[in-house]
Write a protein that binds this ligand. Structure first.
Ligand code: ADP
Ligand code: GLC
Length: 481
């Protein structure tokens, strides 16, 4: 079974968040299910650099305002097809934002071109390879479904995965014509979203199936609170929506063989974690109390992640003798607030503003607990890394966080199944209470140790979910016969 992934990010080439981790890891997991996946990406500078011996597959003299060509090659174990169009993608840094922090004004062209080419590969094949299924990831790939379904030629079925409905790819009506889309699709049952062109909406309306990255988020998306205006579209297609949990790459995130950490360790031999705690404390100039947990955060600093609530709960955390290391970047006001709070709490709160993949590994290895107080979280990956590294997740009970962490309540403790802490509703007081519970639990080092070992054994790989995706693909192919 051949599957074409269409995405705007992919580890290890380009990443702004968990989407890249998923697109980079899922193809290898699918291989065990007999799926041959190729990943279509924009040829950003980092993608081109990873494909020095790429083969040119075909050329497009006109590709939304310039020349384009498709190149292909193997990199980091992935079969990559890249759309080279320097006028669209030859820009370093964050794929979506210009240096002024605003979206590139031509993002509709940049991702519209990607979708148009994806549809051509789907219908015509390229390099003697034609997909049986097209798998679209997030809004940047969504328009592919419209090009396929509103086009005149027979097309393979496609599935759209929602990684985050907060990003919908909305553009003015006039872009419909620029992107060569048929006017007949511009209505509320098509790709129109309240007078605008909606890339993600197109993906949801025209794809045969929809998936999202956890069962809880799949349910939440049908409500006004979480659906961000698309809840009706999703609810109407309820029977074609599946929630499939993300996994993590067990080779990249492996405390027993992680080159980025101070000392390797495992569930059987967890002692090495202490050396990482020490290294983490030094890196963040913290002076942690051995009787209280050292917490960490690795996150985009945005409203989604609820880190404003953590700032409000900080006095409780520090009052309990605990300390906190934060690695993140994002909204200027949150960056400033964390930097100021670190200045006011030397030795107890350490903050690194920026994006640092290597440091994120040391944080997972060195902290006792990772905090994820998100207002919404489609799946979340940092709590999964936390489980694997024995860094007990303390999470908001929402989306994938609710599905992956077992709260240390009395029943779960008695049954010996707890792996972390959950709180609800997502507000400062419940968060602070959960921090208290975590500090209490940490004080019982024997019980804490048992929970750490259990968390480290919790299955967080791709196996089950890769099988679930393969099943969706097979059902789509079957339905088309
Ligand atoms: P989201 O995709 O919403 O940002 P996820 O938890 O799914 O949330 O994925 C976030 C990914 O980005 C994880 O791999 C996490 O380790 C990484 N990450 C987030 N912020 C940083 C940062 N400042 N430095 C390094 N890695 C980060
Ligand atoms: C999104 C979500 C996150 C999810 C990731 C990968 O960025 O915010 O919860 O884990 O996509 O699916």
């Amino acid at each position: 079974m051949k599957v074409l992934f269409v995405a705007s990010e992919c580890v290890p080439f380009i990443k702004t968040g968990g989407l890249a981790d998923v697109v980079g890891a899922l193809p290898a997991a699918l291989a065990s299910e007999g799926v041959e996946a190729r990943v279509l990406l924009p040829a950003y500078p980092a993608v081109k650099a990873a494909l020095p011996k790429a083969k040119v597959l075909r050329q497009f003299p006109r590709s939304f305002g310039g020349r384009g060509q498709l190149i292909a090659g193997k990199a980091a174990g992935l079969d990559v097809i890249a759309l080279e169009a320097p006028h669209l993608y030859d820009r370093p840094g964050n794929p979506y934002l210009a240096a002024n922090g605003k979206d590139w004004p031509d993002n509709h062209l940049r991702y519209g071109a990607l979708c148009r080419v994806a549809a051509r590969i789907a219908v015509e094949g390229c390099d003697g390879w034609q997909p049986d299924v097209v798998h679209l990831h997030d809004w940047q790939a969504g328009l592919t479904a419209a090009y396929l379904k509103l086009g005149r030629r027979a097309a393979p079925p496609c599935v759209t995965t929602i990684h985050n409905i907060a990003f919908q790819g909305l553009f003015p009506e006039k872009t419909v014509e620029t992107l060569g889309l048929p006017e007949k699709g511009f209505h509320p049952e098509g790709f129109e979203y309240f007078g605008k062109l909606g890339f993600l909406k197109a993906g949801l309306v025209y794809a045969e199936r929809i998936t999202t990255v956890s069962p809880t988020y799949a349910r939440e998306l049908t409500s006004a609170e979480f659906g961000m205006g698309l809840e009706g579209v999703i609810a109407a297609r309820r029977t074609q929506v599946s929630g499939i949990l993300n996994g993590i790459d067990l080779d990249i995130w492996n405390p027993a063989a992680d080159p980025e950490i101070a000392k390797t360790y495992s569930a059987k031999a967890p002692a090495g974690k202490a050396a990482n705690r020490k290294a983490l404390a030094e890196r963040f100039k913290l002076d942690p109390d051995s009787r209280a947990p050292l917490f960490c955060v690795v996150s985009r600093l945005t409203r989604q992640k609820g880190l404003d609530l953590l700032l409000e709960a900080l006095p409780r955390l520090i009052g309990r003798g605990a300390s906190l290391a934060v690695l993140g970047s994002g909204d200027a006001d949150l960056e400033a607030a964390y930097t100021a709070a670190a200045r006011e709490n030397p030795g107890r709160l350490g903050v690194v503003i920026g994006y640092d993949e290597a440091l994120s590994h040391l944080m997972q290895a060195g902290a006792d607990s990772i905090l994820v107080p998100s207002r919404f979280e489609p799946c979340g990956l940092t709590q999964l890394y936390g489980l694997r590294y024995g860094t007990l997740p303390l999470v908001a009970r929402t989306g994938g966080l609710a599905d992956t962490v077992i709260d240390a309540n009395e029943a779960a403790l008695q049954a010996g199944v707890a792996t972390g802490f959950q709180f609800a509703p997502v507000a400062t007081a419940p968060l602070a209470d959960a921090i208290d519970r975590c500090c209490d639990a940490f004080a019982d080092s024997k019980a804490w140790g048992a929970m750490v070992r259990r968390a480290m054994k919790h299955p967080v790989g791709w196996e089950t979910s890769a099988a679930a995706y393969a099943k969706v693909y097979r059902e789509m192919i079957e339905a088309q016969r």
